[in-house]
Design a protein around this ligand. Structure first.
Ligand SMILES: Nc1ncnc2c1ncn2[C@@H]1O[C@H](COP(=O)(O)OP(=O)(O)OP(=O)(O)O)[C@@H](O)[C@H]1O
Ligand SMILES: [Mg+2]
Length: 244
């Protein structure tokens, strides 16, 4: 793949003191703007892989390479967590701007970036609220906005919608698709929910084994917006489920 944004090659990672690595010799390429979903059983190493790609923990061996240096005012990656991890002593606006420190933006640019990101996530009216005074779905949008504020080339999402109710979850999924189509960043999205993976992603990868590998990697050929009741959709989710 010549237009890969990020190449993960021969990646091995083990936690200190563990008998064996979480994964060994793992390969994964993600193209510019590509939306990749990663599914796999609990404890297989999905969050660990995301932390490796984000550079939060160093790989034991192997490579994680981004194409070209990142342009000014952006970062290679940003993380969205299941439990949002907002700073409770900062208002929504300040939470969204949190990652911008160190990005060499002028004060005007920083404010404009925050405003635009609040608009993108439909949170403009909530900028002055405290995190405890927004709903679970809104808090998740603030977490997403904080990540998007740095305009990451690759957005890393670790089960971001699994703590909200089913209807809110569907709204958040549709909102994410819209934002992704607008901003054009690549996404690596971890979920337990195969339907969610098939609804959102260009490609679904299945991680399995110990040490884990990517045992299945399939393109989702359906256009957006996708219909969860469609026969092709169901066949796809069934195929992926058989790989788990
Ligand atoms: N800080 C840590 N120190 C030691 N071992 C860890 C640490 N974090 C995770 N592990 C172990 O590494 C393995 C992979 O964990 P990881 O959290 O990446 O799995 P996961 O696929 O994200 O699981 P889940 O779907 O439950 O979130 C597990 O066996 C886990 O117990
Ligand atoms: Mg996890």
């Amino acid at each position: 793949m010549s237009d890969a944004l990020v190449r993960v090659a021969d990646l091995t990672f083990g936690y200190p003191g563990a008998k064996q690595p979480v994964f060994r010799g793992l390969d994964l390429n993600i193209a510019e703007g590509e939306f990749v979903a990663l599914v796999g059983g609990s404890g297989v190493g999905k969050s660990t892989l995301l932390r490796n790609v984000a550079g939060l923990v160093p790989a034991t061996s192997g490579r994680i390479q981004f194409a070209r240096p990142c342009s000014a005012g952006r970062r290679d990656t940003a993380f969205v967590f299941q439990d949002t991890r907002l700073l409770p002593w900062r208002r929504v606006r300040a939470n969204v701007g949190y990652g911008l420190t160190g990005l060499k933006l002028s004060a005007d640019e920083r404010h404009a970036r925050i405003d635009e990101t609040l608009r993108l996530t439909a949170m403009t009216d909530y900028g002055d609220r405290w995190p405890h005074a927004v709903s679970g779905g809104q808090a998740q949008r603030v977490g997403l906005a904080r990540a998007l504020a740095v305009r990451p080339r690759l957005l890393l999402m670790d089960e971001p919608f699994s703590a909200v109710d089913a209807l809110t979850r569907q709204h958040l999924q549709d909102q994410l698709i819209e934002i992704w189509q607008r901003l054009g960043m690549a996404v690596l999205f971890v979920t337990h929910d195969i339907e969610e993976a098939a609804y959102l992603a260009d490609r679904v990868c299945v991680m399995r084994g110990s040490p884990a590998e990517i045992v299945h990697d399939e393109t989702v050929a359906m256009r957006h917006p996708r219909n969860r009741n469609d026969n092709d959709f169901r066949r796809f989710t069934q195929r992926v489920a058989n790989q788990l």
